[in-house]
Design a protein around this ligand. Structure first.
Ligand code: MG
Length: 323
């Protein structure tokens, strides 16, 4: 179960995967929040992640090793990222929306602000499917994926129907303009920007919802281009990497542009060109990863949300996001 030799230069000397927390149902959507603490506790920084079927959000405090439940009854939150100006941008399957969560100034229940829950169609506004994962670019635009897993996966949302024709990737600008920027996915899932923000990577996990197993299981690469109207859109969309085992659900990019991807049995490290550089084996199905606090090796620890657990491995690289 040791990491491949090829990735050892990217890891801290002698680094081993540590099991930190267990007991979850399906761990997803980790993010490092350096300015937040556990519920009611001091703000020493936490890794926060979702237990989607458990309908709760978990937290782990690297400074103390303490873990616990951040909130329950969260309407099946999934992916999240840091919000500009503080707080967290997060995807809710149950409410079919993207929202911002900020701590309450008086220490009470967190404040929730709806960013978007519907898309305009020729027939009028229609609800989103079940937003899955999200990134925010340097200009404050929110890019998110909208597959249908929350509508049919047991315990991952509420049974429902798709209300617009597709499963799109969307961009929501700070002025409230929402645009579909990619409309040819089976099930768009994880997404991340390159360090310079000029490339958006998006995974397609159609294989999960295709009983025959013929669905997509790859990562695509898009160029982010600015139109005459100043709005950013996508061109290209070629397949960067096909995942051999399972799917690439969520992933993060490091400051050299490498992709640290989930898969069935490992974290895959890909070059910016999509070459598999190596694998860090994980004993459970991996859903997503995030870079955490800086460590003593000039890098950041990588946190791995995998099935029932949260794991960590020390790296010598730094994450390119949240931006
Ligand atoms: Mg996902």
């Amino acid at each position: 179960m040791a990491p491949d030799d090829a990735v050892l230069p990217l890891l801290a000397p002698g680094a081993e995967l540590e099991h930190l927390v267990g007991g979850c149902t399906w761990s997803e959507g980790p993010v490092w929040l350096p300015d937040e603490g556990p519920a009611g506790g001091p703000a020493r920084g936490v890794v926060r992640w979702s237990d989607i079927p458990g309908d709760r959000v978990m937290s782990y405090e690297p400074a103390t090793g303490a873990s616990g439940v951040h909130r329950t009854g969260v309407e099946h939150l999934n992916g999240r990222t840091r919000a500009p100006g503080g707080g967290v941008v997060q995807c809710s399957h149950g409410r079919r929306r993207v929202e911002v969560e900020r701590p309450s100034p008086d220490g009470g229940e967190p404040l929730l602000e709806v960013l978007v829950d519907s898309v305009d169609t020729p027939e009028g506004p229609r609800r989103l499917n079940s937003p899955n994962d999200v990134v925010v670019d340097a200009a404050g635009s929110v890019w998110f994926t909208d597959p249908t897993y929350g509508l049919f996966q047991p315990g991952e949302g509420h049974p429902g129907e798709r209300e617009y024709d597709g499963c799109h990737v969307f961009r929501l600008d700070p002025d409230g303009v929402l645009e579909a920027v990619a409309t040819d996915f089976e099930q768009p899932n994880g997404l991340a920007l390159s360090p310079d923000g000029d490339v958006l990577y998006v995974s397609d996990t159609g294989r999960i919802s295709d009983r025959a197993g013929d669905g997509n299981h790859h990562v695509r690469r898009f160029a982010v281009v600015t139109g005459d109207d100043g709005r950013r859109r996508l061109t290209g969309g070629e397949v960067l990497h096909v995942c051999e085992r399972g799917v690439v659900d969520g992933f993060r990019v490091d400051d050299a542009g490498r992709l640290w991807c989930s898969s069935e049995d490992a974290v895959l490290v890909l070059s910016p060109e999509g070459e598999l550089l190596g694998r860090v084996p994980v004993p459970e199905v991996v859903a997503n990863v995030c870079f955490g606090p800086e460590n003593a090796h000039g890098g950041q620890d990588l946190y791995v949300a995998a099935s029932t657990s949260l794991y960590r491995i020390a790296t010598r690289v730094r994450g390119a996001e949240p931006r």
